[in-house]
Design a protein around this ligand. Structure first.
Ligand SMILES: [Zn+2]
Length: 56
């Protein structure tokens, strides 16, 4: 999975590089995964066009 950009704290918005960590060091808020949406779009749009019309 190379689509993961890093992690982002839901509470303070601080971002982290890809790391096996689930809690923010600063506020102990939950970290959520940030995906590289540009990269996902690039790869999936082509496939979606081949199979079906993208519904976005
Ligand atoms: Zn935080």
């Amino acid at each position: 999975m190379s689509y993961v950009k890093g992690l982002k704290c839901r509470e303070c918005g601080r971002t982290y590089p890809k790391t096996p960590q689930f809690v923010c060091e600063w506020c102990f808020g939950p970290l959520e995964v940030v995906y590289d949406y540009e990269e996902i779009k690039k790869n999936f749009t082509r496939k979606a066009l081949e199979n079906r019309a993208p519904n976005m």
